[in-house]
Write a protein that binds this ligand. Structure first.
Ligand code: XMP
Length: 328
């Protein structure tokens, strides 16, 4: 298989079965070995589908010559950084550098309430942390990226949310992009064939700036925990009730204001949690999922009982347009 150029080879078969995935995996391993030889390859491993599939593929192809860097910026969902370490370091025996950059990101974001400025800070800080880690490592000449075919078709091959396009000139590596001719559904089939867990392979879309765009306004640690904990409850209940994989995207958002409530006969002044669940084909327009009322009530009860600092739960009924999917 030839990964040069930016056009999917006309004779490349669609990958839809375990057998076709295995044919691709064997070919991709050969191509990667031919490209990098004994060289070392660096990969920013977010735990998202694309970078996880690239990691699993490269571990098979070059083992410890792949160095995965997982940056925990504090804006990941509950359990995600732990899962990356468990799956890749413990189970696949990967060469994984785990960077705890939580304080660093949250300090940089303190007091910043403009959504686009928040995004820029998260992206720029990610590049800085990744660059620092890359400089600590020696003898690396390749950079692997989870570029997929829609990235090439839609945005000149730049994987925007991987944020590695902005590395300084003296850190320019040769790119290794083994899934760059695959569509998302094909990447998932390959991931499954590589033995990645279902909740990694079939996960719903998650924005690059993570929970940062769901902790509205200036991010505070207490509200970030409200977002993370309520999102975990929502995901758990959707999974238990057969909605995982059926609803395109679902999450919670916590605004930067409080409202009055009452608990144990005393007034409270706490945050609301807003639930959003939408369906779409291409994220350009979206409709609201009709969630059974009983399930919404149950999720509301759990959030009010289990998430500290929350006294109200709302369901966002707005389609896109007029609303966007995310609140920021
Ligand atoms: P909106 O809110 O624009 O979202 O209707 C459409 C889709 O894009 C995701 N999204 C992002 N993804 N970086 C990303 O990688 C971002 O900054 C970002 N903002 C929104 C959103 O989750 C939805 O799937």
């Amino acid at each position: 298989m030839d990964f040069s150029g930016n056009v999917r080879p006309a004779d490349m078969e669609r990958i839809s079965t375990a057998e076709s995935a295995q044919v691709f995996i064997d070919e991709a391993i050969k191509a990667v070995r031919k490209q990098v030889g004994d060289g070392k390859v660096l990969l920013a491993l977010s735990g998202g589908v694309d970078s996880s599939v690239v990691a699993a593929l490269l571990i098979k192809a070059i083992g410890k010559n792949l160095v995965c860097v997982h940056v925990n910026h504090g804006l990941l969902r509950k359990g995600e950084p732990e899962q990356v370490v468990r799956v890749f370091r413990d189970e696949m025996d990967a060469n994984l550098v785990y960077v705890d950059a939580v304080d660093r990101f949250l300090d940089k974001l303190a007091g910043v309430d403009d959504p686009e400025t928040k995004r820029k800070i998260i992206g720029a800080e990610f590049i800085r942390v990744f660059e620092e880690e890359a400089r600590k490592l020696e003898g690396i000449s390749f950079l692997a990226q989870g570029t997929i075919y829609p990235d090439i078709i839609e945005s000149d091959g730049v994987k925007a949310h991987h944020n590695v396009g902005g590395l300084p000139e003296d850190l320019k590596f040769e790119l290794v992009e083994p899934v760059k001719f695959l569509f998302k559904d094909e990447v998932r089939v390959v991931g499954k064939a590589l033995g990645l867990p279902d909740n990694m392979v079939y996960r719903q879309p998650f924005p690059g700036p993570g929970l940062g765009v769901r902790c509205l306004g200036a991010i505070t640690r207490d509200r970030l925990e409200c977002v993370r904990e309520s999102d975990a409850i929502l995901r758990e209940e959707f999974a238990k009730n057969g909605l995982e994989g059926k609803v395109w995207q679902y999450f919670t958002t916590v605004p930067d204001f409080r409202s009055t409530g009452i608990k144990d006969g005393k007034r409270t002044f706490e945050y609301p949690v807003i639930i959003r669940a939408v369906n779409t084909k291409d994220a350009m327009t979206a409709t609201v999922e009709n969630i059974p009322f009983d399930l919404l009530s149950h999720i509301t009860d759990r959030i009010l009982k289990e998430v500290k600092g929350v006294n109200r739960v709302c369901y966002d009924m707005s389609p896109k347009p007029c609303a966007t999917i995310e609140w920021e």
